[in-house]
Design a protein around this ligand. Structure first.
Ligand code: HEM
Length: 383
């Protein structure tokens, strides 16, 4: 009886009075349906093809909004120092939601493809000057994820992605303000992720000598495996010049060492090189020992981040194929080379470079170095 009274009191404390709300008020249906008015602000004069065109863009912008919210959460989790073990699963959940949205969104291009070239040309000319290149939210997404400005491709001549968000007179716009707020809003997810990895103890230690010892043991196994592969592959490919094969495997060995010693980053300050050596070693370590309980969620987070980037690349490629089908290879309304520009972004915009690179190095589990302090990675029950 007392338990029932307590449950009622609890319910009263957590439940706000509900005066009832309708679906149309909650979802703002009328507002939503009044947003497809076209250039002249009168839907009666907008054809079905154009309403479809506007609607799909609006749907995408809403998806981008959700993805941005989820990624802000992921970044907040990963910026904590230390990151609580129990918070990682919620970050992974957010990332998985973003992946699903991108995958579903990549399918929306099929709806756009119901437009034929002539259908689109019927209203395209009035859009010149307006382009998806001005989508502030896609730029926010890239900034939040961590795309560097020097990786960006120019769209129309010398204009930067920020220039095209200005008015014709060079003034600011809500789109530019959004982007500026995002830039001012703190370090990127990539930066936070690499920082977190750089703090990850490797075989129980953050000490540079221990990290190096782990890295050397890993590289020794990697090299032994490459030599073994030269022998076995050489026999399996009797027509192949053995010296070519040896050079290929030697390149793999050199690449693995170069990556773990951050030889490609010598232009960065020494402390940044050190941070990246540690974060790269941590990537190898987490991937190689993912069965250890406290490494399972970190590995999920890394893997889901990579899947997210993959889904974004596929989304970009799919956009390019849709564009090629609808307008061929003509110049875009934003003034870019059209399909060539879009294909180049899909090819070049890789943010989580180290997460991809580490895939080339990993070894089968029997070859991974054994650990002295694997007990450090068992679950801890904290009070
Ligand atoms: C018939 C439909 C479409 C065509 C022909 C088309 C074409 C293009 C072209 C040619 C570009 C390169 C920039 C330019 O010169 O304009 C571009 C960029 C872009 N479009 Fe589309 N697009 C279409 C639909 C959409 C839709 C529905 C979205 C959803 C938001 C979208 C999002 C974007 C984005 C975000 C960019 C910038 C890409 C980047 O700079 O990385 N596009 N589009």
């Amino acid at each position: 009886m007392e338990a029932a009274r307590q449950a009622t009191r609890l319910l009263a404390a957590v439940t706000r009075p509900n005066r009832g709300i309708s679906y149309w008020d909650y979802i703002r249906v009328e507002d939503l349906l009044s947003l497809q008015k076209g250039v002249h602000g009168d839907e009666a004069h907008v054809g079905n093809d154009e309403v479809l065109f506007i609607t799909v863009h609006q749907v995408y912008e809403l998806w981008f909004k959700l993805i941005l919210r989820e990624l802000e959460h992921v970044r907040a989790v990963i910026r904590q120092n230390p990151v609580p073990d129990q918070a990682l699963s919620s970050a992974v959940r957010s990332l998985r939601r973003c992946v699903t949205i991108f995958e579903v969104a990549a399918d929306h291009w099929r709806v756009v493809e119901t437009l034929t070239t002539r259908d689109y040309l019927a209203f395209r000319d009035q859009l010149v000057g307006a382009s998806g290149f001005q989508s502030a939210q896609i730029r926010q997404l890239e900034i939040l994820l961590g795309l560097d400005d020097d990786q960006r491709l120019g769209c129309a001549g010398e204009a930067s992605y920020k220039d095209v968000l200005r008015t014709a007179e060079g003034g600011t716009t809500p789109a530019l303000e959004r982007v500026e707020r995002q830039i001012a809003g703190g370090p990127s997810f990539r930066h936070a992720l690499y920082d977190w990895l750089a703090r990850t103890p490797i075989d129980g230690s953050n000490d540079e000598a221990s990290v190096r010892a782990y890295t050397e043991a890993f590289l020794a196994s990697h090299e032994a495996q490459a030599h073994h592969l030269v022998e076995s592959t050489g026999d399996a490919l009797p027509h192949m010049d053995r010296s070519v094969l040896e050079k290929r495997y030697q390149r793999d060995i050199d690449h693995a060492r170069g990556f773990l010693e951050a030889r490609d980053l010598t232009h960065l300050p020494e402390d940044e090189q050190h941070r990246r050596r540690h974060s790269r070693a941590a990537l190898v370590f987490i991937e190689s020992h993912r069965e250890l309980p406290r490494l399972t969620w970190p590995r999920e987070l890394i893997d889901t981040t990579l899947i997210l980037e993959q889904s974004m690349v596929v989304w970009r490629q799919r956009h390019a194929r849709m564009v090629e089908r609808v307008i061929g290879r003509r110049t875009g309304t934003g003034g870019s080379g059209g399909v060539d520009y879009l294909d180049a972004t899909a090819q070049r915009y890789r943010i989580f470079d180290d997460l991809w690179a580490v895939r080339t190095l990993l070894l089968k589990s029997e070859l991974t170095p054994s650990l002295a302090r694997s007990d450090d990675y068992r679950f801890r029950i904290e009070d």
